[in-house]
Design a protein around this ligand. Sequence first.
Ligand code: NAD
Length: 332
Amino acid sequence: MNRKNIGVAFIGGGEVSILHGRAIQLAARRGDARLVGLWNRTQSTAKRRADEEGCRVYETPVALVSDPEVDAVFILTNLETHLEYAKLAMEAGKDVLVEKPLCANTREIREMISIAERTGRICFPGHNMIYESGMARTRRLMMDGHLGDLVSCYVLYNIYHSDERASTLPGVIRQLLTHNLYTLMYCTGQRPLETVAMKANRNHRGQPEKEDLAMVLYRMESGGLAHLNVSFAADDLSPAPWTYTMKLIGTAGCGHYTYQDWVEVKKGISHSHTYTAYQDTITNEVDAFLAIVRDGSGTPVSGLADALWAQTALEAVETSIASGRRVPITVD
Ligand SMILES: NC(=O)c1ccc[n+]([C@@H]2O[C@H](COP(=O)([O-])OP(=O)(O)OC[C@H]3O[C@@H](n4cnc5c(N)ncnc54)[C@H](O)[C@@H]3O)[C@@H](O)[C@H]2O)c1
């Protein structure tokens, strides 16, 4: 492999491929990577996205993973298809970056882990939100003991999504909660052991089967508590808004991160404004992935074990909502 100029291909040409496309364009300017081509289920979308990116279109996923110019494949389809395409790519000898949530359930994640081990390929979960210096600083301060014992951690998402956009996505628990969970585990250095949760539909009444709001409490390993909130129901336009916000309070200090520190007054792809940090989280994540592929070694700061724990904690939330009870979280 030409380890300097890594050949990348996308399986999936939907909204998130636009963010990954921008990240690869920046890497291409440095000569670190190039987008060789993409495949999308709807060929007209594939053609449009390939024209925008200046790359080739593949007729099938098999043709894509068979291209010797492709070193790494980004799996950017809906979550139910991640395992199928990641397996295809890894078995063809390609490293993969797989969008969150990694898979539809924990059984599939275990299978993905075993395929990565068997093939020796890099399988990198798309846990983009933590690839930011403010997140990394919070973790370092926490892990080095400067913040004392964990008291509480809040990871809150409040960004309105239109009916049209929400209709293409699962409810906010499946679509968003993974972000809050890996952020919680990364910043605190701890895993959640017990949960109780509620959900609601407040502003997408035409899609009553999907929640557009969920609030979750977790008890963490040390006994500290966490509050996670995921919402497509409304933007937070108050002073100091909770757009995507992480706050960690320890007995000896605290840490904080928010999208709101950088806002461009123009529409984002699905957002009312452009939260600059959103693109940067993807750009930084892609750079981290490319560095591991280039070196042929290294591990993501939030890896497959975290993806498995996050999915287990997500499914515990669904059980809590269905039963109205607290649910313990364990991974064998
Ligand atoms: N990391 C982030 O911040 C972020 C943001 C948005 C989406 N995502 C994730 O990215 C993935 C794609 O989301 P999106 O926003 O691009 O969605 P989208 O609806 O815009 O695009 C989904 C893509 O999946 C394809 N697809 C759907 N069903 C398929 C099937 N059965 N076989 C093959 N292809 C199929 C569609 O053709 C489309 O190209 C999801 O896993 C989502 O959770 C991550």
